[in-house]
Design a protein around this ligand. Structure first.
Ligand code: GLC
Ligand code: CA
Length: 499
């Protein structure tokens, strides 16, 4: 497969910059905080980072409302700090992906301010505008009454996020520009310029936000948006062949085969395989049978096998934490499974210690129900749980107030902890090429009404039992690795074995 070779053994760690480590005591995490935690990431077994947007922004959507694509948000530090992070990460063998938000900008971006002027200028067509102050199309929200221009503009997400103009697959109104119009090309080139800027500074690629949203009224295969990405990504690869790109898309057939991304997230969508593995009421890891998960997963896996990688997530900044759904024993199984299937997995910061979803927190910076998954990393038992030396009242979000809030320091000392289990599984993956992204997979046992899942990765056989009782596997041999118990073919409750 023609993907960067380093992805084969890559395990990503997603960092929400505001909440990871505060180096200067202002209560907000920052780039220098991340720098000093690189050895932690390395020791955990992750060798790549994805940083959520760290660019200048009014932060009405946690930074997904970018005001300047080429400037590190002052609250996180300087561009120099980020370049230093790239260098130090590389010295430890860690790659760094930034978050590219190509579908929209902040309403405070200078392009948008220009675009909203009454007189035509270079940026008039950079966003999607109608030609009258009360007008729109039924399939998208439009905003009027905010700018001198006689028109309304399309939103891509929140009100603060006007849609950039990559044109329309099918033009039905005089004010719409075709996908091959110069205005659409200019937007695309502007994004190429942003990507080239960071790649030239040492960034190793991008996680691409709402990657499937670019060309409007696209066909059901997203052919226009896909063609745009294929061209753009390959333009980047010509100069940066090691760069890697992961799509927030959730449909490998399009994201990998057509749009040519290296990786596509297996997102939490209602009823899909990821959802039926971890989160739905009948999820496999809650002790049910794995049939629905396996079917959805295999369909995607077959499609992706020659084209790129499916990226499992433990969770992300948009979903309730995985610990909301599973007990600690089952979290261990979840990670064992997610980290031993093909593709390139992503671990969300804090999931390695089972940080909790703080469901009652009021919304912060456009987080709403996502806010409870974005609280400060819990490093130790001291002041602010080691996140910040600052005033506890001034933190970006409060730390978990529970007396038994899990911490890195405590779990590092405990051989039975979740953190210890995560490290062990990741170390196993790094030792065994069969368990890595490209290793072959076949399902040996997945049956309705039966919680046992057995699968093969190359020379290894793996079995999972998420139920509360033992199951007979019919397998024999000495375990190479195990969680829980495995004796004379019997896999204990909440157990996992590699033979
Ligand atoms: C993606 C991001 C999410 C953001 C949205 C708009 O789904 O993951 O956090 O709010 O796009 O950019
Ligand atoms: Ca700070």
């Amino acid at each position: 497969m023609n993907r960067p070779a380093w992805l084969r053994d890559a395990v990503f760690y997603e960092i929400y910059p505001s909440s990871f480590s505060d180096s200067n005591g202002d209560g907000i995490g920052d780039v220098n905080g991340i720098r000093r935690k690189l050895p932690y990431v390395k020791a955990l077994g992750c060798n790549a980072l994805w940083l959520n947007p760290c660019f200048d922004s009014p932060f009405k959507d946690g930074g997904y409302d970018v005001r300047d694509y080429k400037l590190v948000a002052p609250r996180y530090g300087t561009n120099e700090d980020l370049y230093a992070l790239f260098r130090e990460a590389h010295a430890l063998g860690i790659r760094v992906l930034l978050d590219l938000v190509p579908g929209h900008t902040s309403e405070e971006h200078p392009w948008f301010i220009q675009s909203g002027q009454a007189e035509r200028n270079e940026y008039s067509d950079r966003y999607i505008w109608t030609d009258f102050w009360i007008k729109g199309t039924p399939d998208h929200p439009y905003i009027g009454g905010e700018t001198p221009r006689n028109g309304t503009y399309m939103l891509n997400f929140f009100k603060c996020q006007p849609a950039l103009n990559y044109g329309w697959a099918k033009v039905t109104e005089a004010w719409q520009t075709p996908a091959d119009a110069p205005a659409a090309k200019a937007t695309r080139d502007a994004m190429a310029d942003v990507m080239g800027f960071w790649l030239s500074q040492g960034c190793d690629g991008f996680r691409v936000d709402m990657a499937n949203s670019l060309v409007k009224a696209d066909d059901e295969n997203k052919s226009y948006t896909s063609a745009l990405w294929k061209g753009l990504l390959n333009e980047m690869r010509a100069k940066y062949p090691e760069a890697a790109f992961v799509a927030e898309w959730g449909w490998p057939k399009q994201a990998l085969c057509l749009a040519d991304f290296d990786m596509d997230f297996y997102l939490d969508h209602p009823g899909n395989g990821y959802n039926r593995l971890v989160r739905s009421p009948d999820a496999y890891l809650k002790g049910n049978d794995p049939v629905a998960f396996v079917k959805d997963y295999l369909d995607r896996y077959e499609v992706s096998r020659e084209a790129g990688y499916i990226s499992f997530i433990t969770g992300n900044h948009d979903t309730p934490r995985i610990s909301w759904y599973l007990s600690e024993e089952r979290l261990k199984l979840a990670y064992a499974l997610l980290f031993t299937l093909p593709g390139v997995p992503f671990l969300y910061y804090g999931d390695e210690i089972g940080m909790r979803y703080l469901s009652t927190l009021p919304t912060k910076e456009g987080g709403y129900t996502r806010t409870g998954s974005r609280t400060p990393m819990q490093w130790g038992t001291g002041h602010n749980l080691g996140f910040s030396p600052g005033d506890p009242q001034a933190l970006y979000l409060p730390v978990d107030p529970a007396a038994d809030a899990p911490t890195v320091a405590e779990q590092e000392r405990d051989p039975a902890s979740l953190l210890t289990a995560v490290k062990a599984v990741l170390a196993l993956r790094h030792r065994q090429p069969d368990l890595q992204a490209d290793g072959p997979l076949s399902i040996l046992h997945a049956k309705a009404g039966d919680p046992l899942l057995v699968y093969r990765r190359g020379a290894l056989t793996l079995a999972v039992n998420p139920s509360d009782g033992p199951v007979q596997t019919g397998l024999s041999g000495a375990p190479l690795f195990q969680l829980g118990t495995f004796e004379r073919g019997e896999l204990g409750p909440c157990s996992f074995v590699v033979l």
